[in-house]
Design a protein around this ligand. Sequence first.
Ligand code: ATR
Length: 509
Amino acid sequence: MAKICLCLTAKTLKRNLEILDKYRKYADVTELRVDCLEPDERLLIRRFPEQAGMPVILTIRRDIDGGQFIGGEGVRINLMARGLAFAETDRRRNFAYLDIEDDLDVPSLEEAARTFGTRIIRSYHNARGTDANLTAKIRSMRHSGDEIVKVSVRANTTRDVLHLLKAGKECTDQEKILIGMGHYGTYSRILAEQFGSMMSYTSAFAETDAPPAAPGQLDVQELSKQYRFRTITKNTKVYGITGNPLKATSSPRFFNTIFELEGTDAVYVPFPADSIVDFMEVANHLSLEGVSVTIPYKESVIPFLNSMTDEVQSIGACNTLILTPQGWKGANTDAQGFSGSLLAFLDRENFKRQRVTVIGAGGAARAVVFELHRLGAKVLILNRTAAKAGQLAAPYKFASGGLDERETSKIEKYRDIIIQTTSVGMEGSGDSPGSADPLAFYNFSGREEVMDLVYTPKMTPLLKRASSAGCNVLNGYDMLIRQAQHQYTCFTGKEFPGHLLTRIQYGEI
Ligand code: ATR
């Protein structure tokens, strides 16, 4: 089973021990980054393994490999020798591992390590990119049979991660640690078992406020608790979410919490991807069972489907992939999530006799309009680019127009419900304060029911204005939870555990 290593990068040994004591229950191994210690402290490392009380990796990382050691090689080798000196027969008092770079050849050091059972981690770092032939690299690195090969390369693209994954599969006969550094490589750290990697390196961010010891490194608690790293085996079902940039997604917390509470042997992982084509190859290699798909791939994923629900066919967007014996099946749970949320809010069964204005004509709007039509509403679609609104409205014979004051009289005929589907008003969308309300030209009567699909912030400028005019308002959070519930059913074939719903809605889990 793959192990969690906690990297210790404090300036003093005392501080490192404090951090280790606080987080030891989440880690199996710890790495003493001697290069991060103050120079005087570096001379006192010999007793650290005994004080640590768990297997320790001795690492003195050079600046060229992403570390902080800038002295000469002689000094570095001397420090390593100092760490191994006066070896004890009780191995727990010695360093368990010594990290030696691929290009460092000091037979006496290796001999000293071997004599007292300190295993050598033969490491290679590429902070800029991923080498073309990783398999050959892994095969060539080991100097003797008992060494562990560590390859840590920067994954600049999803294709880079794919190379790492394939290389791991080709070298199953070898003990190794494989890491894809950077945002795109994050999941190589969670799915170490699937990548054929025996260790995942973490930091204790909450404690140190320091940047990660390497780009993309996860917090030790996050890896251990949220992803339940130690329970992930080759048999664990792997699900996840893909998109780009996929920086802030709450889905992993949602699904992993449910899997844990339900005792399901499954994990849900973020898969940021710069290419849907390459991600689908990753999905096949990792034997993913199901995938949530988000911006910008909801449409471009459709050519990869072997079958799809009527919703996907009509909406032209897919947010859920389910692995079937015949290949990938596409579903769209945004549609049900939307109508379930709005109908519950309005305490209605359908939208018959409701006249509705929809703002926007993108992917989200297509799911909304599909449901409004299915459930009997009369709809006006307004979009910045009026022609797109027209295209979306045409098959349903709905009204359409541009997003400006000339359409005010039309809105007045379709204002039982107003639904905002664009990203305008969303946190981090870069809107200037005055432009964050896409309906600024319209004065609410106070009788409209107003829904905004955005949920960060809870109240967008549009919702605030509507609420002050006396309207009932609803944001997109409940829709998000509902679409995830439907996804859970798509993935597992099980009903979503109803008793957990209120706890999720109140933010308890
Ligand atoms: P999504 O899948 O989130 O709906 P999308 O398919 O890219 O994303 O669609 C984005 C929608 O937001 C479109 O309706 C877009 O209007 P255009 O078709 O005119 O581009 C709308 N949108 C994005 N930024 C906007 C802005 N600043 N003001 C008004 N509408 C905007």
